[in-house]
Design a protein around this ligand. Structure first.
Ligand code: NCD
Ligand code: ZN
Length: 347
C-alpha cells in the first residue's frame, strides 16, 4: 500500500555549499528539498566579513536553477579579530543569521578559528544582547584528548563556561554525536539547542571501522558508539524543540576522501529526507519528523515557519539513488547508509 507523508518544507540548519564550480551542484541538490539553510562559512579564505557573506550569497543565488527557490541564511566565521560592531550590523540588518565558532584546528578549514576563548568575550556579550545565535563546533582540539572524547570534554571545559557567563546567548551545539551532549542540551535553558545530522542518526563507529575503513563514513565530530547513536535517535523522535536537523552535508571529492589522509565530511543533501523518513518510521515516530526537519529550527532561530509543503511517498521497493555525483573537479560520493529506504520526496 502506498503511504504518503506531507510536511512543511524542511530547512537545513547546518550546510556546506563550498564555492565556485561546486555551487551549481550543491545549491540545487539542497534546494530540491530545503527552503532555507544556514550556510557554513569555512571557505578558503573563510567568510569573516559582512562583504564576504554578501558576495557569497550572491554567488549562491546565481547558481540556483530558475525553477527552484532557496534562501541561504548566511553566517560569519568567528575569529579572535572579529569586531562586535561587524556582528551587530550584520545581524540587525539581516545580512547574517548567526555566527559560527570553530575552535582552531577542530575540523576542515578551521585554522582561523578561536584559540583563546577569553578573546571572544566582547563578541559573545554583543550577541547575547542582540539575540544573534552562536553555532558551535563543540570539540576540543587538544591532541592529548582522545578523539572520541573531544565533544564531552568541550562541554565540560568550554561550553558550560560560555553558557554560565552568557545564559541569554542563543547557542546551537552543532552536529552533536554523544549521549553526553543530548543530556547537556536537555538540561540547559531555552537558549540552548542542538542540530543533529542524518549520518550520525544512521551509522556508528563500527560502520566506520569494522571490516575495513569506510572513508565515506568519516566526518567530524567522528561517529561514536551505538549507545550514543541511540541517544541521538531518542532525542530527535522525542519531539523536543531543542533538536533540529542540520545535515552538515559536506562534500569532498572522492580522491580527497579516499586517500592516505582522507578529508572529513559526508555528502547527504541528496537523500537526507528519504533516509530520515525511514529512520523515523522505524522508531514509530513519523509524526515527529516534521518537528525535527521543519519546525523546531525555525522557532529557535526566530524565523517564520515555511508556508509550502513537500510530499514524501513510500514506494513498494527500495529507492535507488545515484552513488556519485559528477562535478567539473571529480566525483563526490553520496552518503549511503547500510539500510535502504522506500521513501522518496516527490519533486
Ligand atoms: C565539515 C567540512 O568538510 O567542511 N566536515 C565534517 O566532517 N563535518 C566541517 C565540519 O562541519 O566539521
Ligand atoms: Zn559542518
Amino acid at each position: 500500500m502506498t503511504k504518503e507523508l506531507v510536511i512543511v518544507r524542511p530547512d537545513d540548519w547546518h550546510l556546506h555549499l563550498r564555492d565556485k564550480d561546486l555551487l551549481p551542484i550543491t545549491v540545487n541538490e539542497s534546494a530540491k528539498s530545503f527552503a532555507r539553510a544556514i550556510i557554513m562559512p569555512n571557505l578558503i579564505p573563510p567568510i569573516t566579513k559582512l562583504i564576504d557573506a554578501k558576495n557569497y550569497k550572491k554567488r549562491i543565488m546565481n547558481a540556483l536553477k530558475p525553477n527552484l527557490s532557496f534562501n541561504p541564511l548566511m553566517t560569519l566565521y568567528l575569529t579572535e579579530e572579529t569586531e562586535p560592531t561587524e556582528v551587530k550590523e550584520g545581524f540587525l540588518s539581516g545580512v547574517i543569521s548567526a555566527v559560527k565558532l570553530y575552535p582552531a584546528g577542530a575540523t576542515t578549514n578551521s585554522q582561523s578559528g578561536v584559540r583563546n576563548f577569553e578573546k571572544i568575550k566582547p563578541i559573545l556579550e554583543t550577541m547575547a544582547e542582540i539575540g544573534c545565535p552562536l553555532c558551535i563546533h563543540g570539540e576540543v582540539t587538544d591532541t592529548k584528548i582522545d578523539i572520541f572524547d573531544r565533544e564531552k570534554v568541550f562541554i565540560n571545559t568550554v561550553l558550560d563556561k560560555i553558557r554560565t557567563d552568557y545564559p541569554t546567548l542563543k547557542v546551537i551545539m552543532e552536529h552533536i554525536t554523544t549521549k553526553d551532549a543530548v543530556d547537556y542540551v536537555f538540561s540547559g535553558n531555552e537558549n540552548l539547542a542542538a542540530t543533529v545530522t542524518t549520518h550520525h542518526l544512521s551509522i556508528n563507529r563500527n560502520d566506520l571501522l569494522s571490516g575495513g575503513i569506510r572513508p565515506h563514513f568519516y566526518c567530524l565530530p567522528v561517529v561514536k558508539r551505538e549507545i550514543h547513536r541511540l541517544a541521538l535517535l531518542e532525542a530527535v523522535v522525542s519531539g523536543s524543540p531543542k533538536f533540529f536537523l542540520g545535515t552538515d552535508s559536506a562534500p569532498h571529492l572522492d580522491h580527497d576522501k579516499e586517500s592516505s589522509c582522507g578529508c572529513a565530511g559526508c555528502f547527504t543533501a541528496t537523500n537526507t529526507l528519504e533516509i530520515l523518513a525511514h529512520i523515523f518510521e522505524e522508531q514509530k515516530a513519523l509524526d515527529k519528523l516534521e518537528l525535527f526537519t521543519s519546525i523546531n529550527g525555525a522557532k529557535f532561530y526566530g524565523k517564520k515557519i515555511n508556508s509550502d509543503k513537500i510530499k514524501l511517498i513510500k514506494k513498494n521497493k527500495p529507492v535507488r539513488f545515484p552513488e556519485k555525483i559528477s562535478t567539473p573537479n571529480g566525483e563526490i560520493t553520496i552518503f549511503k547508509p547500510k539500510f535502504e529506504t522506500k521513501w522518496q520526496v516527490q519533486v
